[in-house]
Design a binder for this molecule. Structure first.
Ligand code: VGL
Length: 198
């Protein structure tokens, strides 16, 4: 068994004060860092994703252009490539060895499986190359990118745990629904206490 930690979109725009702030986002950043500090050897592989949208063109309907966002399918402009909003939250401290994935260039790109590393290799190929069989999922937002990434990981045959104390969502109802959907699809809902036993 080879386990990876997958940190989804802990970026300035998804945390308090950002363009698409998720309540509790900054606390999640700090808590993930605390987990990594307390258990530096629990994970052989760590992947972190960033939403990395194009400034122009609406990213295939993802940005509300000339309309109000509905906060379900259309969103305020957020996480534009190479802007401060797209950077990791400063409280997120990750080891040097973390593999960085960017996604959403010209498309909604909710799932980390839509993303690539700096060399352009797809995330799914990186997981296979690393021999990863089990993933622990944390980050933002529960009801969108965490949900989509978890469902894709299950579809790729991974054993998935979601640490419910290390995620935060756009809205309570859809976050609850996303966790239920993930559990139904085969994910284990747990807290990060389990990382100590990893
Ligand atoms: C996300 C809404 C819009 C996310 C991204 O990271 O969960 N949510 N774009």
């Amino acid at each position: 068994m080879t386990r990876a930690l997958i940190i989804i979109d802990v970026q300035n725009d998804f945390t308090e004060g950002g363009a698409l702030a998720v309540e509790g986002g900054a606390a999640v950043a700090g808590a993930i860092s605390a987990l990594l500090a307390a258990h530096p050897h629990s994970y052989e592989h760590i992947f972190a994703s960033r939403d990395w949208h194009d400034a122009e063109g609406g990213n295939n309907g993802h940005f509300a252009v000339d309309a109000e966002p509905d906060f379900v399918d259309t969103w305020p402009v957020h996480c534009v490539a190479d802007t401060a909003g797209a950077e990791y939250h400063p409280a997120l401290v990750m080891p040097e060895s973390t593999v960085h994935i960017r996604k959403g260039q010209g498309q909604p790109g909710y799932s980390i499986f839509d993303g690539v590393d700096d060399a352009g290799t797809k995330f799914g190929e990186l997981l296979i190359a690393a021999g990863v069989t089990d993933v622990d999922l944390v980050g933002l937002a529960t009801d969108y990118c965490v949900r989509a990434s978890g469902l894709d990981a299950l579809a790729h045959g991974q054993h998935v745990r979601v640490f419910t104390n290390l995620v935060a969502g756009v809205a309570p109802g859809s976050s609850e629904q996303a966790l239920a959907e993930l559990a139904h699809a085969g994910a284990v809902l747990a807290t990060s206490e389990l990382a100590a036993q990893a």
